[in-house]
Write a protein that binds this ligand. Sequence first.
Ligand SMILES: [Zn+2]
Length: 267
Amino acid sequence: MRFGSSTLEVAPHATAGLRLLARCLTANQLGHGVVRIPHTSIAPIDSATTIAIRHTLIQHQLRCVIHAPLVAPHTIISQLTDYADFLRHIEADDGVIICHMPSASPHTWQALQAIPAHIRTYLAIEITNQSIDNLCASGIPIIFDWLHYHIQSPWPYQPIIAATQCYHTWGSRRPLLHISSPDTADYGDRHKHIHGRHSAYLDWATLMHFVGQLSARVGDTFDIEVEASAGARAVAHFLQQCHHHTPPHWQHLWQSQLSEGVRQCIS
Ligand SMILES: [Zn+2]
């Protein structure tokens, strides 16, 4: 026997919670394991949707990532607290709050040291234009971002060594890194490359070697967020190209990722 009710108290419009649930389900359908939550959609979630989101995260082993916008140092703690509370509420235990610290002034470092433990559990800093040695000394996990590093092109230019250094800042947390390629499109009257802008797709030849060489040093237990304006199609294109052109000893890196969703995405 089954029961139902002719009326249910379901919100008539798509709520922030339902949008997040849809995002998680879509990510899973595409074969992704990392879901970015737009910081603008951090809002209270009703209890039924909260349960559905928690269930989806556990069932499909999805990791939530929030990219914090740049904020003034005096508001950073309250904002990060909101994000940490949100991740805790949806039980995203391995969730990541990503911060950029472009100024890296002594004041910023002091503020970082004072960040309470309930935020630190989730916090990571993405490399922007600071020295990697300074960042790694902060005691907070560092996200290696291929494009930020590549655009600075510090000498010696050693992206794999730098990424390995960042990898080891994660301790018991699973490392996360970003890959993307510089946008070289011609934007009409500006006739120049937009500094630091992500391209639609990935330069798979370069990034296949980057990921392969990194995994040869640290193993393949890390997460990658692709930052490309073609979104899921860029991920699918990257995986497909790597799968077709990779040396045999890297084949396992892409094989398991080529889900039916990825195949549909590029067909
Ligand atoms: Zn990034």
